[in-house]
Design a protein around this ligand. Structure first.
Ligand code: SF4
Ligand code: SF4
Length: 225
């Protein structure tokens, strides 16, 4: 295994160049919605724009929405990352059981909300705002204790989008170029063992298509489909 110093410098330089500055604006949408939702509960229905966008885009490019357009993801990247201890996400949270648990929690809470709202939009919105507050507080806690995107590993909409689109335009890895330095895996915000995909396609339910691995790879071994 050999990575030259100039390769490392190149990869870190490219990583710094690619910070998407428009995400700061998207990151502000989450606090705006959950605070406005306390006064105007129908604002909470904005969550359905995100859910719909995430699922529709997943048919084309997996969880690209999670990285590019999700207000919660942007909030975690832009703000919570500054306070994060950046510790590894516990295995129990990354397990399939955890994903299933949070998916059923989400379905249960939605069903309960529909029943309790009695068909009134305002009451339904209140329930959505409450759910947004609960999940945002959990996301902030997870993001501070572990990696900023910890919540995204268990996010029910992320799981659905990932299942729908994990094989839609996945990243490709050239195993002949790879020197197994693991820079890709160490920098992946979703803690994916990128270089372990020996079939040349990085097909993971968790991949949000952020391309961090593409940018840090000093051997240009990872590329878009
Ligand atoms: S694919 Fe990952 S492990 Fe392989 S050379 Fe690139 S950064 Fe290193
Ligand atoms: S770093 Fe690579 S493998 Fe990890 S989420 Fe981003 S695009 Fe996917």
């Amino acid at each position: 295994m050999e990575v030259l110093q100039k390769d490392l410098q190149k990869s870190f330089r490219r990583q710094e160049e690619k910070v998407p500055f428009f995400k700061k604006v998207i990151a502000l949408v989450l606090p705006a919605v959950i605070v406005a939702g306390l006064f105007y509960p129908v604002v909470g229905l904005f969550a359905f724009v995100c859910m719909t966008g995430a699922v529709i885009l997943s048919f084309y490019k997996g969880r690209y929405w999670c990285y590019k357009f999700c207000p919660r993801g942007a909030f975690l990247d832009e703000f919570i990352s500054k306070f994060s201890f950046q510790r590894s996400v516990p295995q129990v949270l990354k397990s399939g059981f955890s994903k299933v648990f949070w998916l059923f929690f989400f379905i249960f809470m939605m069903g309960l909300n529909v029943l309790r709202s009695g068909g009134q939009l305002n009451r339904f919105g209140k329930g959505i705002v409450l759910l947004l507050w609960i999940t945002t507080l959990l996301a902030i806690t997870g993001g501070i204790l572990f990696k900023p995107r910890t919540w995204c590993i268990v996010c029910p909409m992320g799981t659905i989008s990932g299942l729908v689109g994990k094989n839609k335009k996945p990243l490709k890895i050239d195993v002949n170029r790879c020197v197994e330095c693991r820079l890709c895996s160490r920098n992946c915000p979703m803690e994916i063992e990128v270089c372990s995909f020996k079939e040349e396609r990085v097909e993971s339910v968790n991949c949000i298509r952020c391309e961090t691995c593409v940018n840090v790879c000093p051997k240009d071994a990872i590329a878009n489909s």
